[in-house]
Write a protein that binds this ligand. Structure first.
Ligand SMILES: Nc1ncnc2c1ncn2[C@@H]1O[C@H](COP(=O)(O)OP(=O)(O)OP(=O)(O)O)[C@@H](O)[C@H]1O
Ligand SMILES: [Mg+2]
Length: 165
């Protein structure tokens, strides 16, 4: 594949992370079956905050518990299913089988700690990498598929010129 489109965004505070989640949710197609979004970044970087904002923007009301222990938290919308996944406790790709991984392909996957299973990058549409900044966070967003790249090129509010790396 071509080098991915990467865009950078400064997230000054938690509200900015929420706004990014809302923008990504709004840019998703009506039928998001099979989409996969990777949420990367160190402990506490804001991955769950972003997933929570997306789930609320898609219409979920109420809590969004961390999937740290359950590994997968499912959500049902009339548009389709969303799976909030945290692979922090996964040691290798072999363990995905126990999660019923193939059953999750019908929905939109929001995956924290995808680094645990490197092949996930090959099947993903978008990667959001969150890092600590002097104040707040910095997000680097990469389109990993054609449809993910299209979504990224349409997202409003991203600063700077698109860069490839
Ligand atoms: N842009 C931001 N600026 C400052 N703080 C933020 C920002 N975005 C999120 N936070 C804060 O970061 C903290 C950790 O967030 P969160 O739980 O989402 O991290 P995480 O990446 O999911 O961590 P883990 O790896 O443990 O799952 C929360 O207190 C949240 O309010
Ligand atoms: Mg988390």
């Amino acid at each position: 594949m071509r080098k991915p489109l990467i865009r950078r965004l400064e997230l000054a505070d938690e509200q900015a992370t929420d706004d990014l989640g809302i923008a990504i949710a709004a840019a998703l197609p009506e039928d998001f079956a099979g989409w996969s979004i990777l949420l990367q970044g160190d402990l506490g970087a804001g991955k769950s905050t972003l997933a929570r904002a997306m789930l609320h923007a898609l219409g979920h009301q109420g809590r969004v518990p961390s999937p740290t222990y359950t590994l997968v938290e499912p959500y049902q919308f009339s548009r389709g299913d969303v799976y909030h996944i945290d692979l922090y406790r996964i040691a290798s790709a072999d363990e995905l089988e126990f999660l019923g991984w193939s059953d999750l392909s019908s929905g939109l996957k929001l995956i924290e700690w995808p680094e645990r299973v490197p092949f996930l990058t090959d099947e993903a549409d978008l990667r959001v990498q969150l890092g600590y900044a002097a104040t707040g966070r910095v997000a680097r967003l990469a389109g990993l598929s054609e449809r993910g790249t299209n979504l990224l090129s349409q997202l409003p509010g991203l600063t700077g010129n698109p860069v490839t790396s």
